[in-house]
Design a binder for this molecule. Structure first.
Ligand code: CMP
Length: 136
């Protein structure tokens, strides 16, 4: 059944000119884009978006990276989109992500890993409300 996922094309992807590459992969899979914006995250939004990671040792540099430049936030929709997008994105660490995935093909980092995608229906709902409150 149709669901929604919040996808962030992170600042490393924008800086590297990979926005079209990432969107193209989602589009070619057959997913649809319901909302999209280029935006620079501030620290307050970063802390809300990554609430579950605030106490992790990797959070301070992650926050610095995610707020340092513009990213593309989007709501993507389609059949089982949360699981489908995570399969396209690949494992967190680009060095270990499978070839054929976005991270596996294009990232060598576990921080600068190009894309964020909601990991569950609850996360998607929470994240979409943060980034696109007008979508309800
Ligand atoms: P993301 O899917 O946005 O969710 C949390 C982010 O934290 C993750 O992608 C990475 O960018 C980052 N991250 C997760 N684990 C680590 C780690 N061990 N070291 C550095 N960054 C990490």
């Amino acid at each position: 059944s149709d669901e929604r996922s919040l996808v962030l094309i992170k600042p490393d992807a924008v800086r590297r000119g990979l926005v079209g590459e990432v969107i193209g992969r989602l589009e070619r899979k057959g997913l649809s884009i319901e909302a999209m914006v280029l935006r620079t995250m501030d620290g307050q939004l970063a802390d809300a978006h990554y609430a579950e990671h605030l106490d992790k040792p990797f959070y301070p540099p992650l926050r610095q990276f995610m707020t340092a430049g513009p990213l593309v936030a989007m709501v993507v929709a389609g059949d089982q989109v949360i699981e489908v997008v995570r399969a396209l994105v690949g494992a967190t660490d680009g060095r270990r992500a499978a070839a054929g995935t976005i991270r596996g093909d294009l990232s060598l980092s576990n921080r600068e890993n190009l894309v964020h995608a909601s990991d569950s229906a609850d996360s998607a709902k929470r994240e979409i409300a943060l980034w696109f409150p007008e979508l309800g």
